[in-house]
Every structure is written in structure tokens, then in C-alpha cells.
Ligand binder design. Structure first.
Ligand code: ATP
Ligand code: MG
Length: 267
């Protein structure tokens, strides 16, 4: 019997992702509102990210993308609505909050490594302190993760001795060392020199293929096309539209999205 999906012309990589069946809801935001003073930065945000799903968040500067990520990780408070991770509401503080932060990995635009600790120590710190692993156990796993992102031979160096792309890959390894349920990436390649962008995106693409649940703020279209299940477009604090990368990039519905895509595609 012929496979009907074989008739659908699609990018090979995008096709392989599309075959990953969506899992159950992992991150659920419902009616979330947040203000900074008079500024309404998150407006009635409803967003469900399923286990194994890769969601790209895209939109103009100031639309609330970073605030959205920071709110999911409880680095920002919110005023109304609800957020749950794996069925549990976001904890307010204390040990439960530390655990949530370990379950929700976050990689920022700036690399945020501890400057006075070696690469290996950067990766083992969380597993030892929060996950209560032994030093030997944490180091073994850290070396595996550093090898996976291609920086294991830099383990005894300090962050300043590495390139931006290498530091960002260490930041990814550091998050993975906590065995997070979901990884949030906020423009992880926008501070990098062009030749280093690919090496970081390659690591992220392989994570996506392995089934990691990911929320990624990025304007890297190639990555979005290859790795994303869904693109969410934000403007002025609201989610204006969402769809598969093919739907969104080829057939944006709102004028706001058309205008935005016109601007980034001509760059
Ligand atoms: N700590 C803060 N205090 C006051 N206003 C803030 C704060 N952080 C962000 N804002 C404002 O909230 C809005 C949303 O900011 P946010 O950083 O989430 O946007 P963004 O979509 O990530 O933008 P960019 O693409 O430039 O990173 C902006 O108007 C910003 O100026
Ligand atoms: Mg931002």
C-alpha cells in the first residue's frame, strides 16, 4: 500500500517532525495578564504546549515574547489567569519554585554562565545543589552533555575563554543537566556572530528531533521551518495568530503578521 503522506511535498526535516504525535498538555497558560505599570504586556494569553512539541514565538520588538518566557519560568509575576506545568500550578516561592526552575530550563540571549566557575562546574552546580546528585555522578553526566554539544574539551576552562557560540552551547548543556521537562529559549542566537549561529541551532534542532518540549523565541526562519511544530505570532502583548511554520510563513492571516514578515524577510 502506498503511504498517502508520501504525496505531500514537504521539506524532509519538517515532515519528520510532523510525524511526532502531539503528547498531552505540558505547559498551559490560560487567560494570563501582566502589566508593567500602565503597560499591558501580556493580554489574555492562552497557550498550551504539548509534550514533545516545539513552539516558536515570533513578533516585533516589545511585543512581550521575553516577558512570556520569563512568566512561564516565574521570573516575572502575573496578575490574573493561570499557568501550570505538567498539571501543577506554578509555585509562588520556596523549594517548590526551585524545583520548577529545574523542570523548566531557560537559555537566554546573553549566556549567563557563572564567570568565576569552570565550564564543568557551571554544568554540575545545579544537579549537585538542586537535584542532590553526587559530584562524581554530576560530572559524568556533565561530560556526556558537554560532548553532545561539542565542548567537552573545554571543560576545565572559564566562560571568558570560550567563544559566544561555545558559551551558548554550554548554557544549553547546563539546562539539560537538570533533566528539564521543557526548555525555553529566548533569542539564543541573536547575540552571536553569524558563523556561530549554525552550531547553536544545530544543537537545538537535534534536541527538537529527540522529542524535547521547547518554546523558542527566535527570528531564525530556517530553524523554525526545520524544527517547529507551531509558530505563535505575538504583537502588543497578545497572540494574534498561530499555525504550522508552512501555514504561518506562507499564508499569514493578519495584516500585522504580513507586515512583520515583510520586514524580516527583506533583511
Ligand atoms: N522590567 C520591566 N519594567 C518595565 N517595562 C518592561 C520591563 N520588561 C519589559 N518591559 C516592557 O514590556 C514590553 C514587552 O517587553 P519584552 O521584553 O517582553 O518584549 P520582547 O517581545 O521580548 O521584545 P524584543 O524582541 O525586543 O526582545 C516592552 O514594552 C518593554 O519595554
Ligand atoms: Mg525579548
Amino acid at each position: 500500500m502506498t503511504d498517502p503522506s508520501a504525496a505531500v511535498p514537504a521539506d524532509e526535516d519538517a515532515g519528520s517532525r510532523a510525524q511526532v504525535a502531539p503528547g498531552e498538555p505540558l505547559v498551559v497558560l490560560s487567560g494570563v495578564n501582566k502589566h508593567f505599570g500602565d503597560l499591558h504586556v501580556l493580554k489574555d494569553i492562552d497557550l498550551t504546549v504539548h509534550r514533545g512539541e516545539v513552539v516558536i514565538v515570533i513578533g516585533p520588538s516589545g511585543s512581550g515574547k521575553s516577558t512570556l518566557c520569563r512568566t512561564i519560568n516565574r521570573l516575572e509575576t502575573y496578575e490574573s489567569g493561570s499557568i501550570s506545568i505538567d498539571g501543577k500550578p506554578l509555585p509562588e516561592e520556596g523549594a517548590e519554585l526551585a524545583k520548577l526552575r529545574a523542570d523548566v530550563g531557560m537559555v537566554f540571549q546573553s549566556f549567563n554562565l557563572f564567570a568565576h566557575k569552570t565550564i564543568l562546574e557551571n554544568v554540575t552546580l545545579g544537579p549537585i545543589k538542586v537535584r542532590k546528585q553526587s559530584k562524581a555522578e554530576a560530572e559524568k553526566r556533565a561530560m556526556e552533555l558537554l560532548a553532545r554539544v561539542g565542548v567537552d574539551h573545554q571543560a576545565s576552562k572559564y566562560p571568558a575563554q570560550l567563544s559566544g557560540g561555545q558559551q551558548q552551547r554550554v548554557a544549553i548543556a547546563r539546562s539539560l543537566a537538570m533533566d528539564p521537562k521543557v526548555m525555553l529559549f529566548d533569542e539564543p542566537t541573536s547575540a552571536l556572530d553569524p558563523e556561530m549561529i549554525t552550531e547553536v541551532l544545530d544543537v537545538m534542532t537535534s534536541l527538537a528531533k529527540e522529542g524535547m518540549t521547547m518554546v523558542v523565541v527566535t527570528h531564525e526562519m530556517g530553524f523554525a521551518n526545520k524544527a517547529a511544530d507551531r509558530v505563535v505570532f505575538m504583537a502588543d502583548g497578545a497572540i494574534l495568530e498561530q499555525g504550522t511554520p508552512q501555514e504561518f510563513f506562507n499564508h499569514p492571516k493578519t495584516d500585522r503578521a504580513k507586515d512583520f514578515l515583510g520586514k524580516i524577510l527583506t533583511h
